[in-house]
Design a protein around this ligand. Sequence first.
Ligand code: RNT
Ligand code: ZN
Length: 418
Amino acid sequence: MKEKLVEQAYAIARERYAGQGIDTDRAMESLQAISLSLHCWQTDDVTGFEKLSGALSGGIQATGNYPGKARNIDEVRMDILKAMSLIPGRHRLSLHEIYGDFGGEAVDRDQVEPRHFQSWIDWGRWHGVMLDFNSTSFSHPKSGNLTLSNPDDGIRNFWIEHTKRCRAVADAIGKAQGDPCIMNIWIHDGSKDITVNRMKYRRILKESLDDIFSTEYADMKDCLESKVFGIGLESYTVGSNDFYIAYATRNNKIVTLDTGHFHPTESTADKVSSLLLFSPELMLHVSRPVRWDSDHVVTMNDETLDLCKEIVRCDAIGRVHVGLDFFDASINRIGAYVTGARATQKCLLQALLEPLGILRKYESEDKGFERLALLEESKSMPWNAVWDMFCLRNGVPAGDGFIPEVEKYEREVLLKRQ
Ligand code: RNT
Ligand code: ZN
């Protein structure tokens, strides 16, 4: 898009927002300060670099066979940097344990050490990318249906050891980057059919977590992610929403809300204020469920908009870690990152441009029609002109200008990977 056009449109938008008491430059500054935590696993359909890596398990699925999937650590890094070059702002990268730099060695999950992430730490420092972390309980011969909640001592202890080591890795990362590494724990544990032992597995999970968290770390933060069900584990999930909310509030841990992990008409946005009243921080996995937790690329839909608006309305930008979590193997994977990340940022920007002062005044005066009407009018305010200006100021393509860039990368890099 022509710079001149962006500037002209922005000048008009700034004036219109000023009429509602909104400073567009300040909104852009706030957006600039929000780092998304980009998930590394869209590059290669959640495969990772383990020597003996098996099929994706744990009730999650990446469907599609689009060419160009990253095959090794260098390709993942290259692809992430390409995606980041088309997303305005500075962003973090969230690694799963299976993306360690194992140098061709077979390093089992209970053997992982900070040194396996040294090259990531160096890479992050070199490129100015902060890292976050995830333990990996799926896609392993010992994954089965139960990991941390497994009554079998051998299997459970294996996963306890894995998760403990992951926390040590996260702490080492956090220390090295001088900023806490946010570590997420999601386990798939559950049951395909009716269980008569709901309490038993949850009690074991509680005890495993108590053991895992018995070490205090200064440079990492723990997050716990629930979900409703996984494929092949439809009847029961040990780590349910209730379980983790109770556990996290009692133990000062952070809850991760994945937007694909609730019943289809349940609002993730509505959960933000409740959690923030009892916990200082919150972690998000922004995703797009289509009929199930399908992990489609995030779009600027009502759910994502509502969620972002809620963060701003709660005045909680600094308390919420915004991670992305989608993996679509049926389209260009770099394009998937750029589209999903930009959609999330567009939602955040619209939230920051909301005329909250006026809306709240209407509400306090019981002016329901006026509140509704202004909310409706806000939808067609020229936020897109502010977005284009934000891109311009960040030196990334405005509008759809990133599409040819992704296509060029596909031609020159991705298609040569066959
Ligand atoms: C799965 C969870 C989890 C994973 C990643 C790979 O349903 O959303 O966050 O997507 O850990
Ligand atoms: Zn998730």
